[in-house]
Design a binder for this molecule. Structure first.
Ligand SMILES: Nc1ncnc2c1ncn2[C@@H]1O[C@H](COP(=O)(O)OP(=O)(O)O)[C@@H](O)[C@H]1O
Ligand SMILES: O=C(O)C1=C[C@@H](OP(=O)(O)O)[C@@H](O)[C@H](O)C1
Ligand SMILES: [Mg+2]
Length: 180
């Protein structure tokens, strides 16, 4: 029997697989899965693009911090964040206090393949979304690299295989995952 002692907080770029892999990881560990984006959407009764459009990004970021603080006070679980959440020092401090940050690292080409056909990410609604993604990637990588654990994605690893890879990395950390 394994016991999760800290909330596993998935961080990284849009398209890295935080939501999909986080969900599979929670199932594998037998703990609850939460996604900060889903919590914000539920509380606002609006989609992410609607929140960005009507209330602005600053409003979204304030709700994101509230949601992280609330979920990190609860029982250990897997918590997937939105790609911008780990950029703020306040959010990183909350995560440090009661969680462990896992950066799902993926290269730009893989990220682009995963997000290019979606319209659900307001930050990519620009004239050249590929270039916008590149700029966000360059600016954010130094901050993601502050995460406690780094797990590399690969185009040929399924969601389940990625979840197993994260679980194996957590098993190296007795302060996070206890037992067999
Ligand atoms: N390892 C993987 N293999 C195949 N598809 C994946 C993998 N990880 C994520 N995906 C797909 O890529 C897209 C983006 O994943 P998602 O979990 O939403 O990323 P994030 O939450 O980091 O933005 C989704 O369609 C998801 O199903
Ligand atoms: O990178 C970002 O700033 C964002 C990423 C999105 O989440 P995913 O990383 O799950 O796509 C969502 O929070 C919002 O569109 C902003
Ligand atoms: Mg997500």
């Amino acid at each position: 029997m394994q016991r999760l002692k800290k909330t596993v907080v998935m961080v990284g770029m849009m398209g890295a697989g935080k939501s999909a892999v986080g969900n599979a990881l929670a199932r594998a560990l037998g703990v609850a899965f939460r996604d900060s984006d889903d919590e914000i959407v539920k509380a606002a009764s609006r989609s992410i693009p609607e929140i960005f459009e009507r209330d602005g990004e600053a409003f979204f970021r304030a709700r994101e911090t509230e949601v992280l603080a609330r979920l990190l006070r609860g029982a250990p679980c897997v918590l997937s964040t939105g790609g911008g959440a780990y950029l703020s020092e306040a959010n990183r401090a909350l995560i440090r206090e009661s969680g462990v940050a896992v950066w799902l690292r993926a290269d730009l080409d893989l990220l682009w393949q995963r997000v290019r056909h979606k319209t659900t990410r307001p930050l990519l609604r620009t004239a050249n979304p590929r270039e916008t993604l590149r700029q966000l990637y360059e600016a954010r990588v130094p901050l993601y690299s502050l995460a406690d654990i780094v797990v590399d994605s690969a185009a040929d690893l399924s969601i389940e295989e990625m979840a197993q890879k994260v679980a194996a990395a957590l098993a190296q950390r007795p302060d996070v995952l206890e037992g067999e």
